[in-house]
Design a protein around this ligand. Structure first.
Ligand code: SF4
Ligand code: SF4
Length: 445
């Protein structure tokens, strides 16, 4: 055995179909073991509310150790985890191959899966609310229907209706909600080939199939349009993937792993066909990219297609940077962006390809980028739920303050939801701009 854990940390596959995975006693034993290590370490105390909740339970117990915490209270820690992955990917020295084999987010996922299975029998108000919030495909599709979209967007700003929504559904009255567009991405955006044949780079094919995702299709079609224009400006062939559904990340946050599998099975044929035709894959939402780059391969390690798809997925700026290294990207810009406050989304950071968005935006003349690497607080449904909205706003506050203090003329995040969260915190009626949209603006296209 090597001394001192000199090997690179790795995430282990998730054996979510096994009997032990769902076994409550085995789960509680593992929670106690991992909580004990975290109590001794406390390195992640400022990442989210899961760790302070755990440490308070320990410190207020009779023994002031994990064995003094009532196992019934373990769920209080689990509730505060929104699976951002930061603790595992940016802090924890005890990931495998370390003998302690700590993977805090995936242990939280296991506890959420157990809770989901138990909750399936209970069907409380929050059960229905959580099902609604994570059914992004049918909900977004319905709310983007012409006529319905205008009403839904207007209703989101009517205080008595939001109060009613909070009382009946547990959706916080002040939570930032997506806007719905009846002119969806697939209705308004067209891909296409460049004038000359696509030029492959060292790691890229020069052909990109865009996975629309729920947000891209129904809420942020402008960003999809901007991405297509930026790619085509750089002589990259583009097409929109048809016949795909939600990536499954919202259901994963809920612990509903069978639904994650259903989404994977629905999406795989379109991904596979595009990769077979020589296309690389990407979306405008880091969480959706993360699902197919990291989470799906760990959940479905036996599926060779999932591994192949994972290798074909890119972040937009990771892709442009790879093409730039091959001299295949245009670096002439029509205008600078001035002061930019750029928030690096957690689900992008944990993909561990570096600060490609910041680097690329910094290539634009007359542009000064302030990088903000803190959680925006949106975190899937965390900012939307009645019981966690205030905590989400508290998490967002330092990010909002950094944006304000930077004096930025433009601000935004790779994650459209984080961008909305920051805009809400600024309270000045401004809107965030996705970095892809910033780049289009700088190109003047
Ligand atoms: S995954 Fe994120 S939210 Fe969950 S415990 Fe780790 S840092 Fe906190
Ligand atoms: S997850 Fe790892 S780094 Fe974070 S508190 Fe626990 S043991 Fe420490």
């Amino acid at each position: 055995m090597k001394e001192g854990n000199l090997e690179a940390p790795r995430r282990e596959t998730i054996d979510w179909r096994s009997a032990e995975y769902a076994d409550r006693d085995a789960l509680d034993q593992e929670l106690e073991r991992v909580f004990d290590v975290c109590h001794g370490c406390r390195r992640c105390v400022n990442l989210c509310d899961a760790f302070p909740t755990l440490f308070d339970l320990v410190d207020e117990s009779d023994t002031m150790e994990v064995d003094g915490v009532d196992r019934a209270d373990y769920g209080k820690v689990v509730e505060q985890c929104f699976l951002c992955d930061l603790c595992a990917e940016t802090k924890c020295p005890y990931l495998p191959p370390h003998e302690w084999r700590i993977d805090f987010p995936h242990l939280m996922l296991r506890a959420k899966a157990a809770n989901f299975n138990d909750g399936d029998a209970a069907r409380s108000r929050s059960w229905w609310r959580d099902r609604l919030l994570t059914s992004t495909d049918p909900v977004f599709r319905t709310l983007a229907v012409p006529g319905v979209a205008q009403v839904a967007n207007a209703a989101a700003n009517v205080t008595p209706l939001r109060a009613l929504g909070e009382r009946l559904a547990g959706i916080h009255r002040d939570a930032p909600l997506p806007e719905f567009q009846h002119r969806t991405a697939s209705r308004r955006v067209r891909g296409g080939a460049p004038a000359t044949a696509a030029v492959p780079g060292t790691n890229t094919t020069g052909k990109v199939a865009i996975y629309l995702t729920c947000y891209g299709e129904y809420s942020e079609p402008d960003v999809v349009d901007d991405l297509v224009r930026v790619l085509r400006h750089n002589d990259i062939e583009t097409k929109l993937l048809e016949g795909t559904s939600c990536c499954g990340m919202p259901r994963m946050e809920l612990g509903d792993l069978k639904s994650v599998e259903k989404h994977k099975d629905r999406n795989l044929p379109a991904f596979r066909a595009a990769v077979d035709e020589g296309f690389d894959l990407m979306s405008i939402v880091p969480s959706c990219n993360l699902m197919y780059r990291q989470e799906a391969p760990l959940l479905f390690p036996e599926d060779e297609d999932v591994a192949r798809i994972a290798r074909a997925f890119f972040d937009p700026f990771e892709y442009l940077t790879a093409r730039r290294r091959d001299g295949l990207v245009k670096l002439e810009f029509a205008r600078g962006l001035g002061k930019v406050a750029y928030h690096a989304a957690c689900h992008q950071r944990v993909q561990a390809f570096g600060q490609r968005t910041r680097e690329f935006l910094s290539l634009i003349p007359d542009t000064e980028v302030t990088l903000i690497e803190r959680c925006s607080g949106h975190d899937g449904t965390y900012a939307v739920k009645e019981e966690t909205h205030a905590k989400a706003m508290k998490i967002a506050r330092p990010v909002v303050r950094r944006v304000r203090e930077s004096g930025a003329e433009v601000y935004g995040s790779d994650c459209p939801m984080a961008g909305r969260m920051i805009a809400q915190g600024l309270e000045n009626g401004s809107s965030a701009l996705h970095p892809v949209s910033m780049l289009r603006r700088a190109y003047g296209i």
